[in-house]
Design a protein around this ligand. Structure first.
Ligand code: ZN
Length: 324
């Protein structure tokens, strides 16, 4: 069995035109705010307002996109683009604005905490448009939160371009949004076993693919080989790119690769780095299926999960998870 890998990445879905050509124009954000058709995606502490609190993990989740006249101005707002979804409530072409609320405003809009949902929980239960808009909004909000000051002189920077750049009022320098590439790697040995590791930060018995940040001045492929050696002591080769998924927790894009062991590399010579990775295990497909109730595998919103399902050749169904 095979299926399209990239269609199984919940946070890679997008159905919003980011409208790059118009968003940088002077006064554009004000015109969006004045447009009665504009709908707001409300964010509070990284969570989005949804229409109904989900009662179970199988419930669909819809963003509660509200007309601007019904919501507070918020701490700041950011133009997301034009919805492309054929949706009765918000037809294609609807301008979308992320509005970031402080505590008081958020509670005034919706006091029920269950109507504020995090992206990880919403990821597999939303439409393509909602998943993409929420991912875009959260990634940008996280970038703003950590770039309030000029990297050259330290002055407080000002938001421009409908929320897409910041400028230093002292030296005029512009700062653009950044994202941090990380590689995540499915290593297979000659017996078609996959390597999974347990991270020191995780709950006991949780295993996933090995991953790490790409360093400045390094290709993704070199990052694969270096990170896998650092975390496992294994020399891998032939990294092949599979696909990517934004992961705004807080600012990553996960780049998925496969790799194989270098010639002469014994799979038994695994050495967990002991700091980040505390255990490493090889699983055959049958062993992984047999362990589904025992080991805890990566969540349904992660690229690691999609990579494991691709390798296994079938979806992994775990209790208590939403499936698209
Ligand atoms: Zn400056």
């Amino acid at each position: 069995m095979s299926f399209a890998f990239t269609t199984r990445l919940p946070l890679s879905r997008h159905e919003v035109d980011r409208d790059h050509a118009r968003r940088g124009a002077d006064g554009f954000l004000e015109s969006v705010r004045a447009d009665a058709a504009t709908r707001s995606l409300l964010l509070w502490k990284g969570k989005a307002l949804v229409r109904e609190a989900p009662l179970s993990t199988h419930d669909r989740i819809e963003l509660d996109l509200r007309p601007l006249e019904t919501v507070p101005t918020g701490d700041f707002s950011l133009y997301l683009g034009l919805s492309l979804a054929q949706d009765a409530a918000e037809p294609a072409g609807t301008p979308l604005l992320a509005v970031i609320l402080g505590d008081e405003d958020a509670v005034a809009v919706e006091p029920d905490p269950h109507r504020w949902i995090g992206l990880r929980d919403a990821a597999t239960a939303t439409s393509d448009r909602d998943a993409g808009a929420f991912t875009e909004a959260l990634a940008m909000v996280n970038w703003h939160a950590s770039h309030a000051h000029c990297p050259r002189c330290g002055a407080a920077t000002l938001v421009e371009d409908s929320g897409w750049t910041r400028r230093c009022p002292v030296d005029g320098s512009q700062v653009f949004p950044r994202t941090d590439p990380a590689v995540i790697v499915l290593i297979e040995d000659a017996d078609e076993r996959v390597l999974l590791g347990a991270n020191a930060m995780w709950e006991q018995n949780r295993y996933s693919l090995l991953a790490g940040f790409v360093e400045p001045g390094e290709s993704l492929e070199a990052g694969v080989i270096r990170e896998m050696y650092e975390e496992s002591g294994l020399v891998v080769t032939d990294p092949e790119y599979l696909g990517s998924q934004p992961w705004p927790f807080p600012a990553s894009v996960m780049c998925g690769f496969t790799a194989r062991l270098a010639d002469g590399q014994n799979p038994d010579d695994v050495v967990p780095d002991g700091e980040e990775i505390i255990d490493l295990r090889w699983f055959s497909r049958d062993e992984l299926r047999a362990e589904l109730g025992g080991v805890i595998l990566p969540g349904a919103s992660s690229i690691a999960r999609a990579m494991l399902e691709r390798w296994l050749g079938e979806p992994i169904e775990l209790p208590g998870e939403t499936h698209r």
